[in-house]
Design a protein around this ligand. Structure first.
Ligand SMILES: Nc1ncnc2c1ncn2[C@@H]1O[C@H](COP(=O)(O)OP(=O)(O)OP(=O)(O)O)[C@@H](O)[C@H]1O
Ligand SMILES: [Mg+2]
Length: 1043
């Protein structure tokens, strides 16, 4: 047997090698012993009851299975529930979960696991949670009223349950509908050894508080009730008292009112108390045996609980009214009949209460009609039963299982194979057992066992269970799946186990022998009208409502449909509903008969493996394809995987699918293209596709998000930008407007000022205040005019020396007057200068030079000013002798005068003639016509002169000149100012040098090699006759006394 890494045995029986019953069993056992109770056959879960709590459930595991695909984790019911739920939510396919298996195989537990998983993963929210809670809480209520301990199972469901959970388009639960099938009501009055009545009775007695018990007039002790099996009042592992509280709580959660809960408990108590109503014989006066109630207390208590007169109940229990069209006949019932009537009433009340409970729950969890729903159906129906003594109940139960097997065959085996054929997929047929023939045997409308039973029940005349059996024997004598003593005898078969009142049906799950005793009765399921009428008379609202046919107004003589017919039609409805949905299978297997953990009885399991058809299931699965889908919907789902088909595809569906799958480069064995569908061999490929799709969806989502975010940001940005532009436009506009307003206001202000100023200016002259100024101005101007005109007429003479000038009439004209005087004087000078001859100009220049040299320095200067410079004082013009003295010197003689020469040696004075030419100073003797001394002007270094009136001056010759040997010359001139002026000018003209003229009384003269200090003193007399006297004082000093 191949082992997969990390797994115990093979997790999927499809991988089993070799594929045989023995290896299959071995694999299941190996896994079971390693506490791996779940194994797959493709998408079918095979579950082997562990009879122990395994640590593989709860929120942690739910979360795990929710995030993984089917084959990624160990096989589990959660994985199946996940696939079903996701397919419902994502692919919009209604689902049904079919849980099959024997009693005690774990169906109910499995259904609860499915429900808890779905509840945990489907939507959230207050409303959704309350719906979930209601759906989940329906379980404890239904289990309390519908489950009981049997020999096989401590919590055996004694009814079939099909629950549709309805979801909205998002996959959030909206509510649901529960359908129940055939409650095993016979259990109410009688239980097999080792079994119990329905849990609720024990729960009520154990869990109700004293007060409740008192109001219900019950005793806590179970042994006081004949309907409760005294031998087994409690079950290991079941706490009735706490379960009772759980049931009460669950009913509240579902929405039962307090009164309703109370009424339900009252009716339950009524059933219990009914069992204690003892009936005894009483012979009537005519000797016919009748019956009475032994102890009226019980009936009275019942009457008090449900508000019913005890006589009414007693009469109903002990007599029967036969009603025909014409008359009413009351017959008394003997004890057996009365007991039968009592038990029938108890069973009826209980089963009707159960139906009412289901309806009441449905009312709470029902969904409004308007909403579009997706449905997940969970079927937990009683398992195939083979008891020692099988009666009508087993017959219908097994019929139901037969039908479910048919669904399985139809949907997984037959339909699958036929589909391959239809689709033209190459296929080797796998043989399997088709149980259609057995279903037909039971349910055929005219020739089925149920039809025969109904016919017998309705047929007038003497009818009994044995006439019914005879009919069957006659009809099915040749049927391969029917056996009875009669048919066996006919075929000369010897079978001791076959009783006379029995028939045997070879079901798909094995042969079952049914005892026909009670078949007719149970099928008729009739309650004497007296009883229903009595119940209707009760004050108790719930009880009354359970027996509405007891209302005389509603009384009809029409027979209600038989139990068999009802069951058949409800099974038919169920089948129709299942066929419309996508099936998911949980095949439950019971490992041992004793509810022991860890025990794996191969004999027991192999039977179940066989009738569940697991091996065939594996074969078909192995040969077939795990998944198929019509091209259109497949393409719709996966076309986003290929660039050629996404986002647009114009070609055909099949071509599109080929394109998509072609691009994914899947192995060709994995795929088969049918006529209308694509077939995918292994789930792995499907999961691969799903994974690819998930990734692609993420990509697309990211793309959409990206584009959306981009768009959002862009729009936001554009809006922001628009707003910003708008705001800045407004802002700028506003700012400019304000600015403009200010400017305008300022301009207006300035304009106003300017205009005002202009206006004021224009009008200022008209102002009184300006008049004074104008008048002042005018007066001032006229005074000035008068002054100037007066001055014009009074101008002094234009002689330069005339300094007269009229005084200003007003002090403020002083400055102007001075200016005018100045101007006038300058004008006069100019005029005077303009009329001068060049000679006069020359003379005046000389005078100017003299002034510069001597003014304020020399005392004789002022006298020299008015006397014009003549230059020639010796009559040179008329004396050619003198003119010769000039020699060859060119140019005129600038000065010619007789001067006195002081002898430096002795102080004697001698007369000489001095000639000054342009280049020389010539000194000559008055008598001689030869020049005595000729001194070049360039040799004259300077002159010294006194500040006094005298004419003494010294010619200092420069020591370096050629004339220096003569030494300095002391001379006395009468025209010393003129002479020195002319000499100054001649030196300037000849040598461009300013002659140094020193005005001093003490100077030294060079005499030969030594120097003589000359000291000039003022003589005492002042007058023309005083003379210049030179006295030698020592060899180096000469004192000159001047006049
Ligand atoms: N997965 C499980 N884990 C633990 N115990 C389980 C599991 N499944 C079933 N059991 C045990 O087996 C018992 C019987 O299971 P359950 O009531 O589900 O059987 P069933 O198939 O519904 O039988 P019936 O047809 O009689 O109703 C449970 O009470 C529980 O003790
Ligand atoms: Mg069950």
């Amino acid at each position: 047997m191949p082992f997969m890494e990390g797994s115990v045995g093979v997790e999927d029986l499809v991988l089993l090698e070799p594929l045989e019953e023995a290896s299959l069993l071995k694999n299941l056992r190996l896994r079971y012993e390693n506490k791996e109770i779940y194994t797959y056959i493709g998408n079918v879960v095979v579950s082997v009851n562990p009879y122990q709590q395994l640590p593989i459930y709860g929120p942690e595991f739910i979360a795990k299975y929710r995030d993984y695909t089917f084959y990624e984790l160990k096989p589990h019911i959660y994985a199946l529930a996940n696939v079903a739920y996701q397919s419902l939510r994502d692919r919009d396919r209604d689902q049904c979960i079919l849980i099959t298996g024997e009693s005690g195989a774990g169906k109910t537990e499995a259904s609860k696991l499915v429900m808890s998983y779905v509840a945990a993963v489907c939507g959230k929210g207050e409303q959704v949670n309350s719906v979930k809670e209601q759906l989940l809480q329906s379980n404890p209520v239904l289990e309390a009223f519908g489950n009981a301990k049997t020999i096989r199972n401590n919590n055996s469901s004694r009814f079939g349950k099909y629950m549709d959970i309805e979801f909205d388009f998002k996959g959030s639960p909206l509510g649901g509908v529960i359908t129940n099938y055939l409650l095993e009501k016979s259990r109410v009055v009688k239980q097999l050894k080792g079994e119990r009545n329905f849990h609720i009775f024990y729960q009520l007695l154990a869990g109700a508080d004293a007060e409740l018990l008192k109001t219900l007039k019950l005793e806590r002790d179970t042994s006081g009730y004949s309907y409760l099996n005294q031998a087994v009042s409690s079950v290991d592992g079941i706490d009735d008292a706490s379960n009772f509280r759980a049931v009460q709580n669950a009913m509240t959660v579902i929405g039962f009112s307090k009164e309703e809960i109370q009424q339900v408990l009252e009716v339950t108590a009524l059933v219990l108390k009914l069992g204690n109503v003892e009936l005894t014989d009483e012979f009537q006066s005519n000797g016919i045996p009748g019956s009475v109630i032994h102890d009226g207390r019980g009936v009275q208590e019942i009457g008090k609980i449900v508000g019913l007169k005890s006589e009414v109940l007693e009469r109903a229990l002990c007599s029967r009214t036969m009603e025909t069209a014409k008359e009413k006949v009351v017959t008394v019932l003997n004890v057996t009949q009365a007991q039968y009537a009592r038990d029938a009433l108890a069973k009826n009340i209980y089963s009707r209460l159960f139906d009412w409970l289901i309806n009441r729950i449905n009312e709470s969890i029902k969904v409004g009609t308007g909403e579009k729903k997706k449905v997940m159906g969970v079927l937990d129906i009683y398992g195939f039963e083979i008891l020692e003594d099988n009666s009508f109940e087993q017959f219908v139960i097994n019929y139901c299982n037969e039908k479910l097997q048919q669904v399985f065959i139809e949907l997984t085996l037959k339909e699958e194979q036929e589909e391959y054929k239809r689709e033209g997929i190459p296929w080797t047929k796998v043989d399997y057992f088709d149980n259609g023939i057995i279903c037909n045997l039971i349910e055929h409308n005219q020739r089925g066992i149920l039809a025969m039973l109904d016919e017998e029940c309705l047929r007038p005349g003497v009818v009994s269970d044995s006439t019914f059996l005879a009919k069957l024997n006659q009809l099915f004598s040749k049927h391969s799946h029917y056996e009875s003593k009669v048919t066996q005898n006919a075929q000369h078969q010897y079978d001791r186990s076959m009783g006379l009142s029995c028939f045997r049906i070879c079901h798909y799950a094995g042969k079952v022998m049914y005892n026909v005793t009670g078949f007719m009765d149970k099928n008729n399921d009739l309650l004497f009208r007296d009883l229903s009428q009595a119940m209707w008379k009760a004050q108790h609202p719930l009880l009354r409502s359970l027996f509405s046919e007891g209302d005389p107004k509603q009384a009809s003589l029409k027979r209600p449909p038989t139990a068999g017919a009802q069951f058949k039609s409800s099974v038919a409805i169920l089948m129709k509903s299942l066929y419309a949905k996508n099936p998911n299978y949980i095949r439950c297997i019971k490992p041992n008969e004793y509810q022991h953990r860890g025990q794996f009885s191969s004999e027991l399991v192999v039977v179940q493996v066989r009738y569940l058809g697991l091996l065939e299931n594996v074969r078909v699965r192995r040969a077939g394809y795990a998944h198929r889908q019509v091209y259109k919907s497949f393409l719709e789902r996966y076309r986003l995987l290929s660039r050629s088909t996404w986002p647009h595809w114009n070609g055909g569906d099949r071509e599109g699918v080929e394109k998509v799958l072609g691009e994914l480069s899947l192995s060709s064995e994995e795929l088969a293209f049918g006529k209308t569908k694509i077939f995918i061999r292994s789930p792995k490929t499907l999961f691969y596709l799903e994974e690819q799709r998930r990734l692609r969806l993420q990509q697309l989502a990211t793309l959409i998000q990206k584009i959306y975010r981009g768009w959002r940001c862009r729009t936001h940005y554009q809006q922001m930008r628009k707003s910003q532009i708008l705001i800045s436009a407004w802002f700028r506009g506003n700012r400019q407007k304000n600015h403009y307003r200010k400017m305008k206001a300022s301009a207006l202000l300035i304009q106003a000022f300017v205009r005002g100023w202009k206006a004021r200016k224009n009008y200022r002259k008209y102002f009184r205040s300006g008049a004074a100024l104008i008048m002042g101005n005018f007066i001032y101007k006229s005074i000035a005019q008068k002054f100037l005109l007066g001055l014009k007429s009074n101008l002094p003479s234009d002689k330069v020396l005339d300094r007269r000038w009229p005084a200003a009439p007003y002090r403020y004209f002083n400055k102007a007057n001075q200016e005018l005087q100045q101007l006038y004087h300058q004008w006069k000078c100019k005029k005077f200068r303009d009329q001068l001859s060049p000679k006069q100009v020359q003379m005046l220049r000389e005078k100017l030079c003299a002034s510069e040299l001597f003014k304020d320095k020399k005392a004789s200067y002022p006298q020299s000013v008015p006397i014009p410079f003549r230059g020639d004082y010796i009559g040179l013009q008329g004396n050619p002798k003198l003119q010769k003295l000039k020699g060859r010197e060119e140019g005129p003689i600038l000065m010619a005068e007789t001067v006195k020469k002081v002898n430096r040696g002795n102080g004697k004075i001698s007369t000489r003639i001095l000639l000054l030419t342009k280049g020389h100073v010539i000194l000559t003797d008055t008598k001689k016509s030869q020049a005595k001394i000729i001194i070049g002007l360039d040799s004259v270094a300077g002159v010294s002169v006194t500040s006094l009136q005298d004419g003494l001056f010294s010619l200092h010759l420069s020591e370096t000149s050629s004339d220096s040997s003569k030494g300095d010359i002391l001379l006395v001139s009468d025209h010393v100012v003129e002479l020195l002026t002319k000499m100054y000018q001649a030196v300037l003209d000849a040598t461009q040098r300013q002659l140094s003229v020193t005005v001093t009384e003490n100077f030294s003269v060079r005499f030969k090699e030594s120097k003589v200090a000359v000291k000039v003193v003022q003589g005492p007399g002042s007058g023309g006759n005083s003379k210049l006297i030179c006295k030698k004082k020592g060899s180096h000093c000469l004192e000159v006394t001047v006049p």
